[in-house]
Ligand binder design. Sequence first.
Ligand code: CTP
Ligand code: CA
Length: 225
Amino acid sequence: TAAQFDTGLLSGKTVFITAGPTREALDPVRYISNHSSGKMGYALAQAAVDAGARVKLISGPVNLPAPPRMERVQVQSAQDMLAAAMDGIDSCDIFIAAAAVADYRPTAVSEHKLKKGAEEIMELRLVKNPDIVASVAALPRKPFTVGFAAETRDLLSYARSKLERKNLDLIVANDVSQPGIGFNSDENAVTLVSRDAALVLPQTSKRQLASQLIRQIAELYNRAP
Ligand code: CTP
Ligand code: CA
C-alpha cells in the first residue's frame, strides 16, 4: 500500500511523538488515568517513519505493540514522560504531543497500600502536572511543536487559546463529544488550527488521518521560517 513507500517528506528529520495516557500512582497498587488508547499517536509515529523521519515514540501504558523502525520509550507518569521528552530534545525537529497527559497527580505516593478507613468520604489531594508540550515549546531553540486539543464544546475557540497559551505552531482540534471518533476509537475527525488558518480533515481511519496530518505538518514545517 501507499503508506509502505517512503514519501521522503520528512527524510533526515527527527520527530518526537508522545502517545497514550499517563498513570499517576496513588500507592503501589492504584493509579489515576484515562481512557486514551494511544492509537492516534502510534498511527502518527508510523506515518512519520513512512515519511522518512527518525522517530522517538514516547508512550504511556497502552495495549499496542512497538511499531517497527522506530525507538519506543515506555513511561508511566507525566513526570517520566516529560523527562523522556527532554532527553535528546536538541536533536528534535518536530514535536507532536498526542498523549492524554493526566492534568493532576496525587500530592504524595503512599509507600504502602492505602487502607480503607472508617469514614464514608475520602478526599484526595492532587497537584498539577508539568505541561509537557508547553515546556518543549518554551525552549529557546524549540522544535516545530504540534499539540492536540480534546474538547467536548467550543472546539475552535479552546483550540485557538491553547495554541496561543502554549506557544504551539499547530494544534489538532479533536471533538471528543462525538460518539465513534477520537478517544479509544478506530476513527477520528479533526480540524487543524494554525495561527492564520484552519483546515478540516473529515472522519476517516486513524491510519488515514495520521498520514494526512503528517503531510500537513511536513508542509507547514518546511514553510516555517
Ligand atoms: N499536554 C501536555 N502535558 C500536559 C497536559 C497536556 O503535553 N500536562 C498536551 C497534550 O498532549 C495535548 C495538549 O497539551 O497535545 C492539550 O491537552 P489538553 O488536555 O486538551 O489541554 P490542557 O492544556 O490540559 O487543558 P484542559 O485539559 O483543561 O482542556
Ligand atoms: Ca488536559
